[in-house]
Design a protein. Structure first.
Length: 250
C-alpha cells in the first residue's frame, strides 16, 4: 500500500484496492506517505553530512522505492554501508533492487522480524561494525507493532548500538485528524493488518535515554524542512498525520 501511495509500480491489486479505500476517506492520503519518504531522505542526509554516520540499519524496509536509503547515504559517502531488514517474503523477492551498492560501500538484505531484535543485530553485525555509530531507521514501522513488542524492540536495538548512534523514527498519530485516522485504521484492520496510533507523549517514549536533535519530535513535514533535491516536497500541516524525530545515543 505504501508503494501505491508513493506512485510506485511494485504493488498488487489487493494493495491498490485497500489503498483506494483509505483514500476515499482521506483524499489527501498520499501526502503523508510522500512526506514520510521525504523525511527519511532529509534525516539520512543529516546523519551523513552533519553527524558523520556512515552505517545504517533500516528495519521495515518495504518494497524498494527509489531513491533507497543506501542511495541517499552513498551519494554523500560512497563507502557507506547499509543493512535492510523486512519480514515480508514479497520484499525478499524484490531485494535485488536494494543491493546495487557503490563499489566502495556495501548493502545487504536480511529477512527478519522486528519483534526479534537479537537476531537482527546478530546478522547485521556481518556487514556493520557495531563498535562504531549506526543510524537505526525505524520509519513508518512501529505503528504495526503492539506496545509490548514496539517498546521492547526499540530498547534492545538501541542498547546493541555504539554511543554516537542515532535513532530515526516516524510514527502515525491521531493527534492531528482523529476522524481520518480512524477511517484508515478500520481499512487496515478489516484487511487483517494490525495498525495502531500513538500520541506525541507515547511516541516520545521511544526516545527514552536518547538526545533528540532539533527541532525534536514534530509533525513529519516540519522536521528540518527546506530546499531539497527530493522530487516531491514534504506535505506540511495536519495532512502529515505522523510525527518524526531523530535522536542520538549519548
Amino acid at each position: 500500500m505504501y508503494d501505491y501511495y508513493l506512485g510506485g509500480k511494485d504493488n498488487y491489486p489487493v494493495d491498490a484496492e485497500a489503498a483506494e479505500l483509505v483514500l476515499r476517506g482521506i483524499p489527501h492520503g498520499r501526502g503523508p506517505a510522500l512526506a514520510n519518504r521525504a523525511f527519511m531522505h532529509r534525516a539520512v542526509r543529516f546523519l551523513v553530512q552533519e553527524a558523520g554516520v556512515r552505517q545504517f540499519l533500516d528495519i521495515g524496509t518495504g518494497i524498494p522505492t527509489q531513491p533507497n536509503l543506501h542511495e541517499i547515504a552513498q551519494s554523500t559517502d560512497p563507502a557507506a554501508r547499509v543493512v535492510y531488514v523486512d519480514n515480508d517474503p514479497i520484499v525478499l523477492a524484490h531485494a535485488r533492487a536494494l543491493l546495487h551498492s557503490t563499489p566502495e560501500g556495501s548493502t545487504d538484505y536480511v529477512q527478519a522480524d522486528a519483534r526479534d531484535p537479537d537476531s537482527i543485530i546478530e546478522v547485521a553485525a556481518r556487514t556493520l561494525d557495531l563498535s562504531q555509530p549506526v543510524g537505526l531507521s525505524l520509519v513508518a514501522l512501529l505503528h504495526f507493532l503492539p506496545d509490548d513488542h514496539a517498546y521492547d524492540s526499540v530498547r534492545r536495538l538501541v542498547a546493541a548500538l555504539a554511543p554516537g548512534s542515532y535513532l530515526v523514527l516516524s510514527h502515525t498519530t491521531a493527534d492531528f485528524d482523529p476522524h481520518s485516522t480512524a477511517h484508515a485504521l478500520k481499512v487496515y484492520r478489516d484487511g487483517g493488518v494490525f495498525l495502531t496510533v500513538r500520541s506525541h507523549a507515547e511516541i516520545n517514549w521511544f526516545f527514552t535515554g536518547l538526545e533528540l536533535t532539533a527541532p525534536g519530535l514534530v509533525p513529519g513535514g516540519k522536521w528540518r524542512p527546506g530546499p531539497s533535491p527530493d522530487p516531491v516536497p514534504p506535505t506540511a500541516g495536519p495532512t502529515d498525520l505522523f510525527y518524526a524525530g531523530v535522536a542520538r545515543k549519548p
